[in-house]
Ligand binder design. Structure first.
Ligand code: NAI
Ligand code: A1CAB
Length: 272
C-alpha cells in the first residue's frame, strides 16, 4: 500500500522522488523504490529507519502491517515531535493507540486508502486525531485527493470503510475474474473476455458518478442510483434479466453484503 501511495503521489506530481524518504525492511521493496528514483531509502524502522525518516520528513506515513505497528511505533516515538504529522494506513489501529504510543501532542491522522491510488483512482477515507490542525487536514486532503477520491469520516466508521473500499478492490478482481471465466465458457478467447470484463466494471462504475451527463444525479456527489442504471440495461424478457435472476438466486447480493461486513468486523478484531 505504501508503494502504491508513493507511486500515486509521484504520478500526480503532488510530490517528487527527492522529497520522499523511506524506511523499508524488504530488500525487493528497497530495489523497487530505488528504481522509481527515491533518493533516501533507509532500512528497518526498528534499526535506525524511524530515526532517519523523522529527521528528514515532516509528514510521516506509517504503512506497515497492523501486526508490525507496535514495534514501529516504539521505534518512532523517541524521534517524533509536535512538528511532525503522522498518518497511519493500518487497518484497525485506532487513533488512541497511535496517539498514546507516539506521545502527548503528536499530530496523528488515520487513513484507509486503497491500492487503485497507484493509478489515481483510489478511494480513501480519513479521521483526524485530537492534535491535528486545519492545515494538517488540508495536507491529508491534498495528498489523498491527488491519488483519487477522498472523504473525511468519523473514526468509528473507518472499520466499515476498510471492509468496503480498503478490501473492495479484491472483491472486484474476483468478480472480474469470474465474469471473464463466464465469457470464456461462452466461447470468448481469455484475453478478450478479461478486457471486456474489466472495461465493463470500470465503465459501469463511472456511470454511477453521473458520467452520463448527470441527468439522474440524486446526491451531493452527483451519483446515480445503481438500481436505476441496472434497470436501464435489463430489457423485458432479455438477456440481462436472465443473468440477474441467476445472480439473485445464487445470493450474490447477500454475499457482497456479508463480505463487507465480515471484513469490517475483522478490522475491528485486528484493532483490539
Ligand atoms: N494492501 C492493501 O490493499 C491495503 C493495505 N492497507 C494497510 O497498509 C498496511 C500495509 O499493508 P500491505 O501494503 O498490504 O503490506 P505489505 O506487507 O505489502 O507491506 C508492508 C511493508 O512494510 C515493510 N516493513 C515491515 N516491517 C518494517 C519495519 N520494521 N521497518 C521498515 N519497514 C517495514 C515491509 O518491508 C513491507 O514493504 C497495512 O497496515 C494494511 O492494513 C490499507 C489499505 C489497503
Ligand atoms: O487485507 C487487509 O488487511 C488490508 C486492509 C485493507 C486492504 N488490505
Amino acid at each position: 500500500m505504501g508503494e502504491a501511495l508513493i507511486r500515486g503521489f509521484l504520478r500526480s506530481k503532488v510530490s517528487s522522488p527527492g522529497r520522499i524518504c523511506v524506511s523499508v525492511r524488504d530488500v525487493e521493496r528497497q530495489d523497487a523504490l530505488e528504481r522509481i528514483g527515491i533518493g533516501s531509502i533507509f532500512g528497518d524502522a526498528t534499526d535506525g529507519g524511524s530515526k532517519e525518516v523523522a529527521q528528514f520528513s515532516s509528514v510521516i506515513l506509517l504503512c506497515t502491517k497492523p501486526q508490525a505497528m507496535t514495534e514501529v511505533l516504539q521505534s518512532l516515538a523517541p524521534h517524533v515531535t509536535s512538528e511532525h504529522l503522522v498518518i497511519s494506513v493500518a487497518a484497525g489501529i485506532t487513533l488512541q493507540t497511535l496517539e498514546s504510543a507516539l506521545g502527548e501532542g503528536v499530530r496523528v491522522v488515520r487513513v484507509m486508502p486503497n491500492t487503485p491510488a497507484l493509478v489515481q483512482c483510489g478511494a480513501s477515507a480519513y479521521a483526524l486525531g485530537k492534535n491535528v490542525t486545519a492545515r494538517d487536514a488540508d495536507i491529508v486532503d491534498l495528498l489523498l485527493s491527488s491519488v483519487g477520491f477522498c472523504i473525511a469520516v468519523e473514526e468509528k466508521q473507518l472499520d466499515a470503510v476498510t471492509g468496503l473500499s480498503g478490501s473492495g478492490p479484491a472483491y472486484v478482481y474476483l468478480m472480474i475474474e469470474a465474469m471473464a471465466d463466464g465469457g470464456v465458457m461462452a466461447g470468448l478467447p481469455r484475453e478478450t473476455a478479461l478486457a471486456l470484463a474489466a472495461k465493463t466494471v470500470a465503465g459501469a462504475a463511472q456511470m454511477v458518478f453521473g458520467d452520463d451527463g448527470g441527468s439522474n444525479s440524486s446526491s451531493a456527489l452527483g451519483m446515480v442510483h445503481p438500481g436505476v442504471l441496472k434497470d436501464r440495461v435489463a430489457s423485458p424478457a432479455g438477456t440481462t434479466i436472465a443473468g440477474l435472476a441467476e445472480l439473485e438466486s445464487s445470493g450474490v447480493r447477500g454475499a457482497f453484503i456479508r463480505a463487507v461486513s465480515r471484513a469490517a468486523q475483522r478490522a475491528k478484531e485486528i484493532g483490539s
